[in-house]
Each structure stands twice: as structure tokens, then as C-alpha cells.
Design a protein around this ligand. Structure first.
Ligand code: SME
Length: 164
């Protein structure tokens, strides 16, 4: 499938709304969580390739519930494990809240997997019972690349990804 089901809108909020529909339709009935994650990353990166330098999931390790382990991603080599409370991803996992970081170099404890990343957004992912199962991490080479429209859009996409 090379063509998108829905053409990309010039308006960012509309683009997210269209992606919510697309993600839900593509993953509907899928039993593999990995397939849901990988598909969502592919759709996100192709929709926002100008800003999304690194985009992927860190999953809560079922064997170490206070540790994240890297899941499906697109981008340069990411670190494999992040303890809860460390880096932007680990803080997001501890707080269970979306974090927008306009300048990663100013974030205490930021984990620099690729020095070209300058800003970042991390969104918690919950299963249908409301349990934290992963975080979605998006990094950009641009400073202040993410705003509240991205936060709400990515939260809705993570929710659509786990529905159906
Ligand atoms: N920047 C992240 C680490 C993961 S990588 O950027 C892929 C953080 O501080 O949580």
C-alpha cells in the first residue's frame, strides 16, 4: 500500500484527526501489539516526515515493571532500556502524562541517543483497562517542534491504536 487512504491535509489538527481514523481502520481486529505499534509509527512518520526525526515506542517491560524497553521505531539507533523516572521517556512513564520539551539540552537527565535531536514529545500509552503499557517518543532536529496540537493529536492516535 503506497498511497494513503486519506490525502494529507495542510492543517496540522486536521491531519491528526484524519490519522486517528486511518490508524483505527488499519489496526482494527489486530491481535499483535507489535503490529499495532509498527503500523502507527509508519503512518506517523510518513505524515510528519519534516519534523519526526526519531519516532517510536518504549514498552513497559512485563518482567521489570519499572523499566522501559525499546519497541518498534523509525530513526537512528535508540537506547534499549530506560528506567522509570530517567530521561523524558522515564519521567513520562512515572507521571503518566504527556511531556513537551522544546529544548532537550535544558531538560535535566535527558538521554541523548542522537545529538541531532533538539526537541521532543513523549506521550503515555494505556491499554483498554487504563494500564500504562508504553510511551510514544518523538524527537525532532528542530527546536520547539511540538505544541499542544501535537500532544492532543498523538494522545488520540495512541488511544485509536489500542481500540478496535
Ligand atoms: N530522548 C529520550 C531517550 C530516547 S531517544 O531519544 C530515542 C529520553 O530522554 O527519554
Amino acid at each position: 500500500m503506497s498511497e494513503r487512504a486519506i490525502p494529507l491535509s495542510d492543517d496540522k489538527a486536521t491531519r491528526y484527526s484524519d490519522l486517528v481514523v486511518e490508524v483505527a481502520a488499519v489496526v482494527a481486529g489486530e491481535t499483535s501489539r507489535t503490529a499495532r505499534y509498527a503500523t502507527t509509527i509508519s503512518l506517523l512518520v510518513s505524515a510528519f516526515d519534516d519534523r519526526f526525526f526519531w519516532c517510536g515506542f518504549y514498552e513497559v517491560d512485563p518482567l521489570k515493571p519499572e523499566e522501559l524497553v525499546v519497541g518498534p521505531y523509525q530513526g537512528t539507533l535508540g537506547c534499549l532500556r530506560i528506567p522509570f523516572g530517567k530521561g523524558v521517556c522515564g519521567v513520562c512513564a512515572s507521571r503518566r502524562k504527556t511531556i513537551i520539551v522544546p529544548d532537550v539540552h535544558a531538560f535535566p537527565g535527558h538521554i541523548a541517543c542522537d545529538s541531532r535531536s533538539n526537541s521532543e514529545i513523549v506521550v503515555p500509552v494505556f491499554d483498554r483497562s487504563g494500564r500504562l503499557i508504553a510511551v510514544l517518543d518523538v524527537d525532532s532536529t528542530k527546536f520547539a517542534a511540538f505544541d499542544e496540537i501535537d500532544a492532543r493529536g498523538l494522545e488520540r492516535i495512541c488511544s485509536a491504536m489500542m481500540s478496535g
